[in-house]
Design a protein around this ligand. Sequence first.
Ligand SMILES: [Zn+2]
Length: 357
Amino acid sequence: MTATFDDVVGQRDAVEALRAALVRPVHAYLLVGPPGCGKEVAADAFAAALVCPNGGCGTCRNCELAAKGRHPDIVHSTRSGATISVEDLRTAATLAQRRPLEAARQVLIIEDFHLATRSAPALLKTLEEPPATTVFLLLADDVPPELVTVASRCVEVAFPPLSTAEIAAALASDGVEATTAREVARASAGNLDRARLLVADPSFAERLSLWRNVPAVLDGNGDIAVIVRQLLDATDAALAPLKERHAEDLAAREAASEAAGERSMPGRKEFLDRQARLERRYRGEELRAGLSMLQRAYGDLLAESLGSDAESTAEAKACGQAIDCITSSMASMKHNPNETLHFEALLIALRRCKVRV
Ligand SMILES: [Zn+2]
């Protein structure tokens, strides 16, 4: 169930650095890379190897427990809200003082550490005077300026986004047909998790053409409210494969817990919170992918309009304005606006650009 280093796609330098670190691990590692770059998989594999006395032999009791995702010394620190709070990190600092239960050391994993911009100082003292038997694995999408001090107390391991070719190759070895693998890899923006879900999603191509068609619908007399409804419904449907996978993961964990004779699955709430967070993030990525497709559609119209006469110049200018509108719409998505109002406003602005299709 838990990953090994062989499950990490690409990232040769990062995996090599982590393997080398097993000989004499330090007290804290910061794994930095964008979503879907494989840092979570690498962190799981590294944690499993860290609790094994032989650096991940695959056969001892520690390895067995780790493989089942049930090693008591591999602890995922959880957060209570949208960001990592001071309270969350104080709890992690207390946990860090605990003695390992099975292995010679415990591994404390904190995901989404880029969300600790305000609270990070709460962990500083622990990182400066680390308990001898705890190794921190901090995972972050990036290192904002507020985190530089904490980052300087850790060994940083960089995970660059995966290339389109690496993602296409990974999909092909999953058994995906080559052309589809390439198309999906291009739409996944370096995010392998997203690529794997897109492959499992039969409506992927339909959704892209829905976005691609927006300029034509706006040039005609399509009803903006109706178009926005269609786009958002398609986005809801896009989440179906992820939700299905989450339900399977939960069922597997519950079955493992029941088999172990536990009355209820430990950490159930945190597990569900994490799934909900991943679903929200996936939705955001889906909308951003749609907007890039829309931008590409206007880009193609711009390329077609290139000529020296007045009509082409006006047309090119209109396309340029439309592209700018989409750029600023993408930027303001960060503030979690009301989606319906947000996209209706964008489509009204785009119609005003008067691009002819
Ligand atoms: Zn082992």
